[in-house]
Design a protein around this ligand. Structure first.
Ligand code: GDP
Ligand code: MG
Length: 293
């Protein structure tokens, strides 16, 4: 089994050397994706014997994951482990994360922070955000998981061949899970410890969170357009219809049109029609695209 450890890295000159040093003791192949860092991240990584994929500009975490997939495939790896390069993960736990794949019990393994131990303080809002996103993902996948946002994961060869990540940002983590669910890949979780000691967590939590939620909704809406747009569409149409009938009834009785009620009738009907049309259009579009693949 050829195992690659893939490190997405953006300006990690402070941490990357010690991580590669620890990794090198156990794993031969380390792939670093330097995502347009302005510091010595790639120089240090090359010096320490890692394979380095460089992006000229900062393209985002998802683009880095994609480049790691491409490189690992090119090097014909059997397993790719993605591992954060900021020192929050524990090298000794890679063993646990790849084990289900080695035993052929899973295709994707997620190292879950919520099954394991959290060292230091994970900000509360952040925890809530991760849980909310995970619930959103779970509502659309068969396998229920606890940590959809963990960057510590292992993928087997078939996953690397079948899934091409397209999200450039942090949304990639949910994108992969939603796509994996569709192809019926086996996903399992193992506990990992995560360190929030020191200032290791990124500052951009709110914009990260929003972009992850938006991209998750995008993938879910593409997977289930009828459910996602069709059901709300029908609800608005039903409400619209109810108010239309009400308006007409009032009109026949009093010969007057009550503005509020008729406005709700019109608004809700139009909105319902838009949503219903969106669901049908998207459904047909997705079917056509699928047939062509
Ligand atoms: N390629 C790439 N990696 C990034 C970017 N931002 C963060 N990372 C890496 O992704 C990993 C996790 O990022 P981090 O900001 O620590 O997320 P957190 O652990 O969820 O707070 C680290 O290894 C970072 O170096 C980015 O813009 N591009
Ligand atoms: Mg981090």
């Amino acid at each position: 089994m050829k195992i690659a450890i893939g490190l997405p890295a953006f300006n990690e000159e402070k941490n990357i050397a010690s991580i590669i040093l620890q990794l090198k003791k156990k794993y031969e192949l380390i792939i670093v994706c330097d995502d347009g860092s302005s510091d010595l991240t790639s120089a240090i990584s090359e010096e320490m014997g890692a394979v380095v994929v460089k992006h000229k500009k900062n393209l985002g975490y998802g683009s880095a994951i994609r480049s790691l997939f491409v490189k690992a495939r090119e090097l014909e790896c059997d397993i790719l482990v993605t591992f954060d390069s900021d020192g929050q993960h524990n090298v000794l736990e890679i063993h646990d994360v790849i084990e289900p794949i080695l035993k052929n019990k899973a295709d994707i393994v997620i190292g879950s922070r919520f099954l394991g131990k959290i060292e230091g303080n994970i900000p509360q809002y952040r925890k809530l955000g991760i849980k909310a996103i995970t619930n959103l993902v779970n509502s659309n996948t068969e396998k229920k998981i606890t940590d959809s946002q963990s960057g510590f994961r292992a993928y087997n060869k078939i996953v690397m061949e079948k899934i091409v990540p397209s999200e450039s940002g942090m949304g990639v983590s949910t994108e992969i899970l939603i796509k994996a669910n569709k192809i019926k890949f086996r996903i399992s979780e193992v506990p990992i410890t995560i360190s929030y000691e020191g200032n290791m967590s990124s500052q951009k939590t709110l914009s990260h969170g929003t972009s992850v939620i938006l991209s998750t909704m995008k993938f879910i809406s593409i997977e289930h357009p009828l459910k996602f747009y069709g059901i709300p569409g029908s609800i608005f149409l039903a409400i619209g219809l109810f108010f239309v009938v009400w308006t007409l009834q009032e009109f026949t009785e009093t010969r007057r049109i009550i503005t509020n009620i008729s406005l709700i009738a019109i608004g809700s009907t139009i909105f319902g029609m838009l949503l219903t049309m969106t669901s049908i259009l998207l459904y047909s579009l997705v079917s056509v695209v699928r047939e062509r693949r």
